[in-house]
Ligand binder design. Sequence first.
Ligand SMILES: Nc1ncnc2c1ncn2[C@@H]1O[C@H](COP(=O)(O)OP(=O)(O)OP(=O)(O)O)[C@@H](O)[C@H]1O
Length: 241
Amino acid sequence: METAIEVRDLVVHRGRRRVLDGISCVIPRGRVTGLLGPSGSGKTTLMRAVVGVQVVTAGTVTVLGEPAGSTALRHRIGYQTQAPSVYLDLTVRENARYFAALHGVPAAVADRVVAEVGLAPAVGQLVGTLSGGQRSRVSLACALVGGPDLLVLDEPTVGQDPVLRADLWARFHELAANGTTLLVSSHVMDEAARCDRLLLIRDGRLIADDTPEAVRATAGTTDLDAAFLQLIREQEGTVIR
Ligand SMILES: Nc1ncnc2c1ncn2[C@@H]1O[C@H](COP(=O)(O)OP(=O)(O)OP(=O)(O)O)[C@@H](O)[C@H]1O
C-alpha cells in the first residue's frame, strides 16, 4: 500500500503543554483514515501538523513525499477546520467559486461540489444566515473544490442529520476509491466503523493504529466503543480481562 503521510516521533507543545508526545504512524494513500480520541487528546494538533500550520518541537511529518508545509503541497491539500473558515458575507455559491478560482478550477466545478454536499437549495443564500451544520458543509465544499490529493477534515459531520452524514461518508469513500487520501476526525463510533483505518489518540499518544476489525479483535469485542474503552484501560494499566 502506498504511503500518503508519514509521521515520525512527532512532539508538539502548545502553550506549556506537551500536546503530542512522540507520535509515529503511516497513513495509506487512497484510504479513509479516522482520527478518534477524547476532547483535547491532540487530534486537531496532529491534523495541523499534517497540513503544515503547526510549529513542531521534534520529529518529522512527510506528506505526499514532501515535508509538511512545503509550498509544493499548497494546492494538493484540502483542509476543513472545525470552525468553518468561509466568508459569511458571501453566498454559498460565491464562496465555492472564490475557492475554485484560487485553485484555478472552473466555476462549474464549484457549483457541482456545492450540490454534492447537499447545499443546492441554499446556493444563493448568504453563509452568515445558514445553520451551523450548513456552514460546515460550505467549508467542506471549499476544501473539496480544488480536487486535492489529501483531504484533512476536522469533524466534518458535526451538526449533520443522519441522512446527510451517510451521504457524506459515501462521498468520502467515493473520493478514496478515486485515489484521494482522507484523514477525518470524529467523536462518533459509528463513523469510526466506516473508516478503512483508525488512529486512536489519547493524551497525545497513539494507542491504536489499525483497521476497525483488528481494533475490535485485539480488544476481544465486537463493539468499537467497548474496544476503545478497553484499549484506554490497558494504557492506564487498569484493565481487567
Ligand atoms: N493555542 C493553544 N494554546 C495552548 N494550548 C492549546 C492551544 N490549542 C490547543 N491547546 C491544547 O492542546 C491540547 C490538544 O488540543 P486539540 O485541539 O489538538 O485536541 P482535540 O483532540 O482536537 O480536541 P477536540 O476533540 O475537543 O477538538 C488541548 O489540551 C488544548 O487545550
